[in-house]
Design a protein around this ligand. Structure first.
Ligand code: SF4
Length: 101
């Protein structure tokens, strides 16, 4: 498994998860950041592990690689379902997404 530098705000590591209950399946996230997001055959988007494994457990998170931070944040901003959540690993506070302050 490759070691990727994780993204951060003020040096904080970030992770991302998708609320599939709200996903419209349009695939914008998978276009912006295919290394992180993928549509499954059920038509919904899921995050992928650093090892490229689709994570289908409810609320599953994956680290946000520094090189993909902009793409992941843009995905969260553009997501029509408002269901992409980016949060700090240390305290689980959402920093980008519908629940960010
Ligand atoms: S952008 Fe949002 S609504 Fe669209 S497929 Fe991705 S998670 Fe689902």
């Amino acid at each position: 498994m490759s070691v990727q530098q994780e993204a951060g705000v003020d040096g904080e590591a970030l992770e991302v998860w998708i609320d599939q209950d709200l996903c419209t399946g349009d695939g914008i996230c998978a276009q912006y950041a295919p290394e992180v997001f993928e549509l499954d055959i059920d038509g919904l988007a899921y995050v992928k592990s650093p090892g490229d494994e689709l994570l289908q457990d409810k609320g599953a998170t994956t680290p946000v690689p520094l090189t993909l931070l902009t793409d992941v944040v843009d995905s969260a901003k553009e997501c029509p379902g408002e269901c992409i959540h980016v949060r700090r690993v240390s305290d689980s506070v959402e920093v980008f997404g519908p629940d960010a302050e």
